[in-house]
Design a protein around this ligand. Structure first.
Ligand code: ACO
Length: 168
């Protein structure tokens, strides 16, 4: 595998959206309950992610090819926390690229970004998605609740608000 580059997505045009939908659909193969429900849904959902958190929408490329993405929202009102926290709305690596450390690189980028703005991050993950749950636990996320098939996990960050908003 070539070098992995992570960068903020600069725009979501139709072509990029198609590529991201493909990654999302393939990435969740075997986990349909939790993602990749259908291309129409995926498009709407990824557009929603873009509208909510374009500042924290990071993509990984391998030899220029999109291989995965993470969507980090620094301004998310959590009704469970009763305040604004950070949130990871989506995190997926294309099936053929999984298991090569790309997820770790994306997660490091996402946490570094969020730690500039917030001291807590929440995310929701499917209850049977053991691989992802263990991955999150290895980053210090802990399970704090469940709603239906979704497990809520949070992690505290040491906020380092060393940069004005939007400057990273
Ligand atoms: N099963 C077991 N272990 C796993 C899995 C898995 N499914 N995924 C990652 N790991 C472990 C690896 O063994 C590795 O451990 P190591 O570094 O000690 O060897 C570690 O996690 C990191 O692995 P990476 O190769 O960096 O992870 P990858 O590039 O595969 O990305 C991800 C991880 C994003 C979870 C990917 O497997 C994926 O896209 N899964 C399907 C979609 C998904 O479940 N996304 C998360 C949903 S929750 C949400 O979006 C908020």
């Amino acid at each position: 595998m070539g070098a992995v580059e992570v960068e903020r997505l600069d725009r979501l045009n139709a072509e990029t959206l198609e590529e991201l939908v493909g990654i999302y659909m393939r990435g969740y193969e075997g986990l349909r309950e939790y993602g990749g429900e259908g291309e129409g849904y995926a498009k709407r959902y990824l557009r929603w992610c873009w509208s909510k958190a374009r500042d924290g929408f990071f993509v990984a490329r391998v030899n220029g090819e999109l291989a995965g993405f993470i969507v980090c929202d620094r301004d998310w009102y959590s009704k469970y926390e009763g305040r604004i926290v950070g949130a990871i709305h989506e995190f997926v690596v294309d099936r053929g690229f999984q298991g090569h450390g790309i997820g770790r690189i994306l997660m490091e980028k996402g946490l570094d970004y969020l730690s500039r703005y917030t001291d807590r991050v929440e995310l929701w993950v499917g209850e049977k998605n053991r691989g992802a749950i263990e991955f999150y636990e290895s980053y210090g996320f802990r399970r704090v609740g469940q709603s239906g098939i979704w497990v809520r996990m949070v992690r505290d960050l040491h906020a380092k608000p060393d940069k004005p908003l939007g400057e990273d």
